[in-house]
Each structure stands twice: as structure tokens, then as C-alpha cells.
Design a protein around this ligand. Structure first.
Ligand code: FAD
Ligand code: NAD
Length: 399
């Protein structure tokens, strides 16, 4: 019998957990496993708000893929996936021949959801990957550097963050930490800088624990952050944003953190999607395609308790990758697959280096304790990728 071919697309949380699981569980030559990713590194999305604000170097948020995979068991192709051809069981790549598969794992992550808001794609910045966060940091610095050269225009030192979900909040928290140093560097009084977080819903972090939200809001406001709640952004221009009702806020930096949708390649493959995400079966497979597993931000898994989809997080993507690796091994060996059951361990959001909020199990955490918990969660990811050696190599700045 021919050796089964497994192709894994994307070296994010879901793709890497699949590959790491497969390389642990499979014997040599039991399957041909190929991982495709557009970069030769994995970026730790859950840390990207730090380099975006300039509080940590971008290199802290990335790991070389060759330091994670066992090349005797997994072939790595650095390339961009351009199409998934389900009928031909092929994946098309920008610079290599098409890859055929017996099993496909799609872990291509998400894209910004702009809800068709005019001018966002052209004028806003996005916390997406290493390149985009380097640009945000450089852009903010450049705008601050222009301040004294261009008539001390207020818009140059006004930063608008669109969306007060977890990404927006974590980014604003980092900006608070960054401001003293940035203001010193460009001789700008801190009180002149405006950090404005704009949210369509009536509250910051809609749906999250009110006591924790209150803690975050008070901490932010005491550090000069302005919130605009119940105020959707309706347009983004070269000069700033226009809010519902017509008010304009002039800002040279607009960072959009208003939500995500599945990777467009998934939609384009012909699979049925909701906001670009595939409603998968209990084994995380696409409907009508038992050979295709869709994981992470491109998948939609419903919480049976309230019949609502789980939010797309690294936590669920990681557990999906672990489940998928087990199930692929079972499929190859003719064993029984295990249904995916999400085990929500909690949610912790940083508000900067020393502040965070979170719920772990039944406990609410604030401040320093929560910040330590956030670091532990980040260290755990490194451990899952490469054990203690990876923690020691990449995790020092977290300790
Ligand atoms: P990703 O991790 O995004 O990986 C997708 C991979 O696919 C990437 O390597 C990408 O380069 C690659 N790729 C994409 N398109 C192509 C292509 N065409 N060809 C080749 N390769 C491609 N979640 C939490 O649970 N906890 C947190 O604390 C947390 N913090 C976050 C902080 C920020 C700032 C952000 C933005 C998100 C955060 N999240 C957090 C959400 C979490 O990061 C995502 O849910 C998670 O990354 C999804 O994992 P994934 O494997 O689906 O996709
Ligand atoms: P999100 O969808 O969770 O939040 C987006 C926010 O933008 C919402 O509050 C929404 O009301 C607001 N918004 C939408 N349109 C708007 C408009 N026109 N004007 C103003 N505000 C608008 O998106 P996210 O924060 O990017 O998070 C994406 C996913 O990643 C989520 O599942 C989240 O849980 C996860 N995440 C988790 C963490 C963590 O656990 N620490 C951190 C970051 C992200």
C-alpha cells in the first residue's frame, strides 16, 4: 500500500500542534508529512501586540520552523498557498509544483474583518504578523519624530485603536507602557499624546466579566486612555476616522482591531463558510470531505451548552491540533477517531507588562498575579513546541 500523504497548511498554533503530534506519534515512513508555511518561522500571535507597540523586539515573537520540526519525519516547504483544490485533492503553491494529499489539514489562520468599512484596508494598520507589527511600531515612531518638524500637529501624536476586544485592549496596554520612553525620545510631553480606543459596543471587552472589565477601564483611564463606547467607526481616511454621527477624529495612526474572519483561501476552495470559517464535524473535518481537517481561526466549533461558536483563540487552535494529530494517526492505522471536545481553561489578557486581567478555572485574577499567569501561558506554548530547551531558548524575556 502507498504511504499516505498528509499535507498541513500553516505553521500557526493549529498547524504546528498537528505536526508536533504527528512527529511524536508516527513511526518513520508511516506517512509522508509535509508542512507548508509562507515564512520559515512561526510567529507567536499572542505576543504580537508587544512588538506592535515597540515594547519588545519582533524577534521575541517568532521561532524558526526548523527548530521545531523533526526533518526526518516532516518535510517543510516555505511557500505561499494560492489555492486548495478539493476535487483534485491538490494544493497549489506560488513557487512550487502542486502538492497532492490523502489527508489535508488547513490551519491558515484568519484575516482582518473590516465589515466593508470604507477606507480601512487602505488607511489603517493591522496586528497580523511580524511584518505588520514592525510597520506599526516604525509608523508610530516616524509620526512622533515628525511632531516638532511639522508644527506640532496633534494628529501626529494621536493614536486611534478601533475595537476594544482582546486584541485592542492588549495593544493599548502595551502603548501605555511604551509612551514614557517614546515621549522622552522625541521630547513630547506625555499629556499631549492621545490614545483613543473606539468601541461599537456599549462596553469594553463585550461579554467578558464586568468586574474585570471595570478594572481594565479604570487602569487605562488613570493612564490617560480615552474610551469612546457605543461609537462604531464608519470610515477610515488618510486623516483619521469618522464615527457614526459624523464626528471626525484626526489621527496619523489608526490600528484596526475590530475582529477577524477565516482565511479567504478556505472560502475560495468552495467549502461552505460563515465569515470565512467552516463549521466542522465532531472530528474537525469539513462537511462532505472526510479527508480535510479545518482547524484554528478558519474553523467554527459550536459550544453545545449555548449553541454559539467558540471564539477563535490560540487555546482552541492548540487543542484542535493535538486532537487532529491523534485522529490522523488513528485514520492511518485503521483505528477509532476521538471527537474534539474543547476544554476552556480560562482567558487572560495582558494590559501591559505588569498588569493583566483574567479568569482561570473559577478564579478571577487582576494585576500582577494575572500578568504572571499570562507569562506562564506563553511559556507553556513554548514547552508544547519544543520542551524545556525551547522554553530556555525563547522564553527568557518572559521570565
Ligand atoms: P495562526 O496562528 O494565525 O497561523 C496561521 C499560519 O498560516 C501562519 O503561520 C501564517 O503565516 C500561515 N499562512 C497564512 N496564509 C498562508 C498562505 N496563503 N500560505 C502559506 N502560509 C500561510 N488567543 C488566545 O487563546 N490567547 C491569547 O492570549 C491571544 N492573544 C492574541 C493576541 C493578539 C495580538 C492576536 C492578534 C491574537 C491573539 N489570540 C489569542 C488569538 C490567536 O492568536 C489566534 O486564534 C491563533 O493564532 C489562531 O491559530 P491558527 O493556527 O488558526 O492561525
Ligand atoms: P473581537 O471580535 O474579539 O473584538 C473586536 C471588537 O471590535 C469588538 O468588541 C467589536 O464590538 C469591535 N468593533 C467591531 N466593529 C467596530 C467598529 N466599526 N467600530 C468600533 N468597534 C468595532 O476581535 P479581536 O480582539 O481581534 O480578537 C480576535 C480573537 O482573538 C477573539 O476570539 C479573541 O478572544 C482572541 N484573542 C484573545 C486574546 C486573549 O485571550 N488574551 C487576545 C487577543 C485576541
Amino acid at each position: 500500500m502507498a504511504t499516505p500523504k498528509i499535507v498541513v497548511l500553516g505553521a500557526g498554533y493549529a498547524g504546528l500542534m498537528t505536526v508536533v503530534g504527528l512527529q511524536k506519534k508516527l513511526n518513520y515512513n508511516e506517512a509522508d508529512v509535509t508542512l507548508v508555511n509562507q515564512n520559515d518561522y512561526h510567529y507567536i500571535t499572542t505576543l504580537l501586540h508587544e512588538p506592535a507597540a515597540g515594547t519588545q523586539p519582533a524577534d521575541h515573537a517568532r521561532i524558526a520552523i526548523r527548530d521545531i520540526i523533526d526533518e526526518k519525519k516532516v518535510k517543510f516547504i516555505q511557500d505561499q498557498v494560492t489555492a486548495i483544490k478539493l476535487d483534485q485533492k491538490e494544493v497549489h503553491l506560488a513557487n512550487n509544483e502542486p502538492l497532492s494529499y490523502d489527508y489535508l489539514v488547513v490551519g491558515l489562520g484568519s484575516a482582518p474583518e473590516t465589515f466593508g468599512i470604507r477606507g480601512l484596508l487602505e488607511n489603517a494598520l493591522f496586528i497580523r504578523n511580524i511584518n505588520s507589527v514592525r510597520m506599526i511600531n516604525q509608523h508610530i515612531e516616524y509620526m512622533f519624530s515628525k511632531y516638532h518638524n511639522e508644527g506640532q500637529r496633534q494628529d501626529l501624536i494621536t493614536i486611534v485603536v478601533g475595537g476594544a476586544g482582546f486584541t485592542g485592549i492588549e495593544f493599548v496596554g502595551e502603548l501605555i507602557d511604551r509612551m514614557p520612553e517614546l515621549c522622552r525620545k522625541y521630547d513630547i510631553p506625555r499629556e499631549k499624546v492621545r490614545l483613543i480606543n473606539i468601541e461599537a459596543a456599549p462596553t469594553v471587552l463585550p461579554g467578558f466579566d464586568p468586574e474585570l472589565v471595570d478594572y481594565a477601564v479604570k487602569y487605562f483611564e488613570s493612564n490617560g486612555v480615552e474610551f469612546r463606547l457605543s461609537t462604531p467607526i464608519e470610515e477610515c481616511t488618510e486623516d483619521g476616522v469618522i464615527l457614526k454621527g459624523g464626528e471626525e477624529i484626526k489621527a496619523a495612526t489608526v490600528v484596526w482591531t475590530g475582529g477577524v474572519r477565516g482565511n479567504k483561501l478556505v472560502e475560495e476552495s468552495g467549502l461552505e463558510t460563515m465569515r470565512g470559517r467552516v463549521k466542522v464535524d465532531e472530528f474537525l473535518r469539513a462537511p462532505g470531505h472526510p479527508e480535510v481537517f479545518v482547524l484554528g481561526d478558519s474553523s467554527l466549533v459550536f459550544n453545545k451548552e449555548n449553541d454559539r461558536p467558540y471564539p477563535p483563540t490560540a487555546q482552541i487552535a492548540t487543542q484542535q491540533g493535538q486532537n487532529c494529530a491523534k485522529n490522523l494517526v488513528a485514520a492511518i492505522r485503521g483505528g477509532q477517531m476521538e471527537p474534539f471536545v474543547f476544554d476552556l481553561k480560562g482567558t487572560v489578557a495582558s494590559l501591559g507588562r505588569k498588569e493583566a486581567i483574567g479568569i482561570v478555572g473559577k478564579s478571577k485574577l487582576f494585576g500582577r498575579k494575572a500578568a504572571i499567569m499570562k507569562r506562564i501561558i506563553e511559556l507553556r506554548w513554548l514547552y508544547l513546541l519544543g520542551g524545556i530547551p525551547m522554553v530556555l531558548r525563547k522564553g527568557r524575556h518572559l521570565i
